[in-house]
Design a binder for this molecule. Structure first.
Ligand code: SF4
Length: 238
């Protein structure tokens, strides 16, 4: 999927040869937005956090709420991104997308953020190898359910690379998705301490239904409601 300026998603996703454009941009990342808000999901929900949203994603989930990050964006050096994080003065940084792992320089950014003592999380669809990402960061791996339309993209070998402070998320659209997620969870051998989240897909599944199912089945996972959406709806940059 080449972009107008030569930003080729197949290349950055590791499916092709590195082109000249990429080589020239070895110290840069394509960024959609950097902003400060409350973390709305996962272990750090409710904490003021700088979000670094990278541009581009090789997936097309049916429920995607960040389609505006598929294209566009602008190149920023790692130094400039670090400076933006420092000037936001939030201890927590969430590297997200789009799909941040689609740009190989994301691994360098995460390591530099960790070196500079930020508390870092990285949100990824888990369709790409998470091992290059510094284990000091919490890798939040989204296992795609059948209703996402991208279940075939899951790399379940990523599960072997998880550490106790990583996290696994299932976005659930239906009862079928829920049952599928429960089966996957039972089969996974996650490290003790690795948190598992079941999140209802917005406008697809009533959170109360999901909560009732989880209680009835004593599912060893946590219900996740997106705090930022309860506060601010779908506003980009919140
Ligand atoms: S992986 Fe994330 S950003 Fe990409 S299409 Fe799916 S929900 Fe959207």
């Amino acid at each position: 999927m080449p972009y107008a300026d030569g930003f080729d998603l197949q290349v950055i996703a590791g499916k092709g040869d590195l082109g000249d454009n990429f080589k020239r941009r070895h110290d840069k990342l394509r960024i959609t937005e950097i902003f400060c808000s409350l973390q709305g999901e996962g272990r750090d929900a409710g904490i003021p956090t700088t979000f670094v949203r990278l541009t581009g994603c090789p997936l097309r989930c049916t429920y995607c709420d960040t389609t505006y990050a598929f294209h566009g964006g602008h190149w920023q050096t790692l130094d400039d991104i670090l400076e933006a994080c420092h000037s936001n003065q939030a201890l927590y940084v969430c590297v997200t997308g789009g799909e941040p792992l689609a740009q190989p320089n994301t691994a360098r950014l995460v390591t530099r953020l960790c070196d500079e003592h930020f508390e870092v999380s990285v949100e990824t669809a888990g369709a790409l190898d998470i091992r290059p990402i510094d284990t000091r960061a919490s890798r939040v791996v989204d296992i795609k359910t059948p209703a996402s339309g991208e279940v075939h993209r899951n790399r379940l070998d990523n599960m072997h690379a998880l550490t106790p402070h990583d996290q696994v998320k299932f976005v659930i659209c239906s009862r079928d998705d829920y049952e599928w997620a429960c089966k996957q969870l039972a089969a996974l051998e996650l490290p003790i301490g690795c948190r598992v989240w079941f999140s209802p897909a917005a406008d697809a599944l009533d959170p109360v239904w999901l909560a009732d199912w989880m209680v009835a089945d004593r599912v060893p996972a946590r219900l996740q409601l997106q705090l930022h959406k309860q506060l601010w709806g779908d506003q980009p940059g919140r």
